[in-house]
Ligand binder design. Structure first.
Ligand SMILES: Cc1cc2nc3c(=O)[nH]c(=O)nc-3n(C[C@H](O)[C@H](O)[C@H](O)COP(=O)(O)O)c2cc1C
Length: 252
């Protein structure tokens, strides 16, 4: 099966090198419009998008993420889970307050912001733009919150650098469908799964052949590396969630 939408979706790659050309106001508005047309939990539209154009703020984000190249991207967006706006609309009763501060509504805001982000990525790619989503803004969540004056009941979710691509990275092979798509029941896996072994060989070949940062790598090793990071590095996220008024306690 093939059509232009599928081609865009099936040829997605993150782009981390851009030309100096900035996005036009029309392109920025089109990406925001794509975000706004994405599905949104309970039609509550519980996210906000901040265009970051202030060079100082971009430099701070470059420092926090370690991705200094974002400072010269064609445009930078910050996607924020946002229950604050809706809190202004609802009368302050015990019930509305409990709802707005709940883990349920926190998740809903995160879903909305993440789905909106992906809509922007795909819309950008359909226009010939490239992008990289950045969860690394959460390397210093409290600083991001203060940098953008995020009020209580908001939370920074993702950054998104967009621009005119100055590279065309090789497509990354993703897991075989039989490891991610099951019929009716969850299918557990063990580390010695032969399909996984084949995929590990595919990933090794990909990392040997790709244009930059070539190395010996398997998916299994990649996951072990990811799992071996010091969890304290981002322990601040819980502090930030509490500061922003989100309650994660089952007792509440
Ligand atoms: C939630 C999320 C957070 C991400 N954070 C970062 C990031 O901080 N820095 C980065 O370079 N890429 C980031 N990425 C991009 C992934 O590294 C990338 O999607 C993945 O390696 C697959 O490569 P591809 O997008 O080229 O297919 C993120 C992607 C997602 C979905």
């Amino acid at each position: 099966m093939n059509n232009p939408t599928l081609t865009t979706l099936l040829t997605h790659r993150s782009v981390r090198k851009f030309t100096a050309e900035k996005l036009t106001a029309d392109e920025v508005a089109t990406l925001v419009s794509a975000a706004q047309h994405a599905a949104t939990s309970t039609f509550s539209q519980q996210y906000s998008i901040i265009s970051v154009t202030d060079p100082h703020k971009l430099a701070v984000l470059g420092e926090i993420t370690g991705h200094h190249w974002l400072e010269s991207a064609g445009h930078y967006f910050l996607l924020v889970a946002d229950q604050y706006r809706n809190a202004q609309l609802a009368p302050k009763t015990d019930t509305t307050i409990a709802n707005l501060h709940s883990a349920d509504k926190l998740l809903a805001g995160i879903f909305d912001a993440a789905i909106a982000t992906e809509a922007m990525v795909t819309a950008g790619e359909s226009l010939g733009l490239g992008s990289t989503i950045m969860g690394s803004i959460l390397n210093d969540t409290l600083r991001v919150i203060s940098l953008f004056n995020l009020p209580k009941l908001t939370f920074p979710v993702l950054g998104l650098a967009v621009g005119h691509p100055a590279e065309k990275p090789a497509l990354k092979p993703h897991l075989p469908q039989e490891l991610v798509h099951f019929d009716n029941d969850y299918q557990p896996i063990t580390a010695d799964n032969p399909v996984l072994a084949d995929y590990n060989r595919l990933i090794t070949a990909y990392y040997h052949e790709r244009g930059s940062n070539q190395r010996d790598e398997t998916f299994t090793h990649h996951i072990i590396t990811e799992m071996s990071r010091d969890p304290k590095q981002r322990a601040e996220i819980l502090v930030a969630l509490a500061q922003q008024g989100f309650s994660l306690s089952a007792a509440d």
